[in-house]
Design a protein around this ligand. Sequence first.
Ligand code: FAD
Ligand code: FMN
Length: 770
Amino acid sequence: MKIVCIGGGPAGLYFALLMKKRGAHHDITVVERNKPYDTFGWGVVFSDQTMGHMRHWDAETAQEIQQAFNHWDDIELHFKGRVIRSGGHGFVGIGRKKMLNILQARCEVLGVKLLFEQDATSDLDFPDADLVIASDGINSNVRNRCPEIFKPDIVTRPNRFIWLGTHKQYDAFTFLFEKTEHGWFQAHIYKFDGLTSTFIVECPEEVWLAHGLDQADQAESIAFCEKVFADNLKGERLMTNARHLRGSAWLNFQRVKCEKWSFFNGKSHVVLMGDAVHTAHFAIGSGTKLALEDAIELVRQFQETGDEVVHIPQVLEQYQALRAIDVIRLQNAAWNAMEWFEVCGKRYCDQLAPEQFMYSMLTRSQRISHENLRLRDKQWLEGYERWFAGQAQAVPPMFTPYRLRGITLKNRVVVSPMAQYKCTDGRVGDYHLMHLGARAMGGASLVFAEMTCVSPEARITPGCPGLWNDEQTSDWARIVAWVHQETDAKMALQIGHAGPKGSTCAPWQGAGADQPLPDANWPLLSASAKPYLQDGQVPRAMTREDMDHVKNDFIRATQRASKAGFDWLELHCAHGYLLSSFISPLTNQRQDDYGGSLENRLRYPLEVFAAVRAAWPDHLPMSVRISAHDWVEGGITPMDATEVARAFKLAGADMIDCSSGQVSAQQKPIYGRMYQTPFADRIRQEVGIATLAVGAISEADHVNSIIAAGRADLCAVARPHLANPAWTMTEAARIGYTALQWPSPYASGQPQLEATFARERSLQLAGRGD
Ligand SMILES: Cc1cc2nc3c(=O)[nH]c(=O)nc-3n(C[C@H](O)[C@H](O)[C@H](O)COP(=O)(O)OP(=O)(O)OC[C@H]3O[C@@H](n4cnc5c(N)ncnc54)[C@H](O)[C@@H]3O)c2cc1C
Ligand SMILES: Cc1cc2nc3c(=O)[nH]c(=O)nc-3n(C[C@H](O)[C@H](O)[C@H](O)COP(=O)(O)O)c2cc1C
């Protein structure tokens, strides 16, 4: 085969040498626009795992790279005059120049032709090649020539960064944060040879502009960075080797991904590789790893399928199918890490104490969890747990108490409200006593009853509970009293009005959830006369009279909730129900004072909140559940959600319960573990109100990392509590936390379960060879 690699970066060189090694008869050329041994950038990092793959595929290069490696374990944070260090992180760093030199030399030994100082205009420059590898980097000419084929999706991120080097010695992966008069700057620093460290400086665009760095040339930019980090640099200089960049050396990161990775240009098969097809932000340090692993996978496919020209189409198809999965996984983790650095100046630097800031930074990609940190550096983590708990004993953050108004919760786990549709005439009975009682015995600190409706017309289905008469009040009082008598859990009530989503079937009845009842429908109310489903029942747009009427229903239900003995009240302003229908522009199309701007759309929900708050005892907390993202273009965004939260905070809410969606049937949510937690985090930091995180929180490890990082104050767990009422007790035993108090009659089950999990943990450790 005749192969041309356009671009002699890690991807092009490594593919060329592996393929040549596989078959010396292949005619392989690497075309590089730079001079030999001349490149941009400083050191790059990658993991031991990538090294393992390289050893397998070409032991010679791996050995040379390994000899040139700098290995280090610690991460060190310099923040607000403090230095915090944690270990066990295991990185290796190498100079980009050094690595390319090794790859170039190995290519020469194996007989790969290296053509330097040749600028390829496109893949069409090489019509006699069977295969063209477009390893021409982030600004790939080949990709840019055929956007309709590769369908690239390129997102330019808002932060500015400059890639510098220094001879100051650092013995840990070091992060510096410095506040200037216009905002925060951060530096990411890692050593890559005996003398030199990479020193990347990053800041938000507005901070960069405010300092006039858009007008600064390279020398001025370097002088500026030296001044910002002078305390740490202590007279050492910063250096650039990006002389090839014209004007400013400050870049914006571009996230690249492509729908298609290869095509036939009429003469040759063409395939994208490395940064040309995907990029990963430097916050996760994996661009080189991806480039090298692309090269390995393509060679593996030739090995498995055959390396004749006829095999190329199948090989290229399999190459994309396999690599795309790994790339997406890494890009998602890199995205979280990148976003953390983009928002840290606004969201974390001024808000968090250095200890918690460090924890938040270490877990920024959401791939490193609490227990993972324990494996890396037990001593540091236990020190953090002691700091978080404010006591001499280390306690997992999930099991620290939490106080709000006059209530103290014994831990941070909440049973999320879950509709059961098991009532008749809005009355709860033995079913609910069993259901809620079991969960109250299961270890959670706060148990939410399902959405309870303020009038018969406020119900979602005929099976929903209500709180509009005395019988219902005493039914609830019986359940609350039982929970208070038999457990140390607190009871919360979520009150709501179904609005446009009322008069529908239970999920397992008739046409199913959200579908109108076949008969005996009741009239519906909403902000506007817009049905939830296209062919659903059309609600009436509320008049002012309706608003007064419904508000009074909320007040009376609140008084009854207090009488029934509930400890906590939540106002349901989410999921497309009545109050939510006012907040979202998708459901509120009113022309009066209650529609239009967000301020107007919030007017009625805030009026109801104020009335309910006034009717609810002062010493008891009130939360508000919102949909922090409608997941529909033109709907509520997480940024709007911060304004919604701010308004409820001003009105006296104690906590925002951050759910999302269910406002429009057109929604396209992006699910994943803890997928709504970023909304709780953002609201907590930017608005300064306590938050309740919910959604795909299914392990103690999730709860611990959310609470420890300060992303939320409490975690609500719904579906896992359907499978296991004693979810909290089970998770405590799973992570080896034995101080949780089980209900006395259940006490003999505790050591037994703890022993089972202890055995599982030791088997896992043995399996891992630790
Ligand atoms: C600030 C910063 C820090 C980074 N830190 C890390 C890190 O710590 N760890 C890590 O793994 N990665 C890091 N990266 C990413 C890493 O540099 C890239 O992901 C990696 O180099 C991609 O390899 P590549 O071979 O695909 O592309 P490149 O390394 O960009 O190589 C492309 C080559 O193609 C050549 N070329 C382009 N067009 C043509 C043409 N028309 N004709 C001829 N030649 C051409 C270029 O000169 C270049 O040599 C960082 C990137 C940046 C910007
Ligand atoms: C069966 C069921 C019923 C639910 N009923 C309610 C409800 O009454 N009120 C509410 O705000 N959310 C309700 N939800 C949403 C949950 O409270 C929670 O936000 C959601 O299930 C995500 O959490 P999870 O991933 O832990 O299940 C319900 C969820 C389920 C599974």
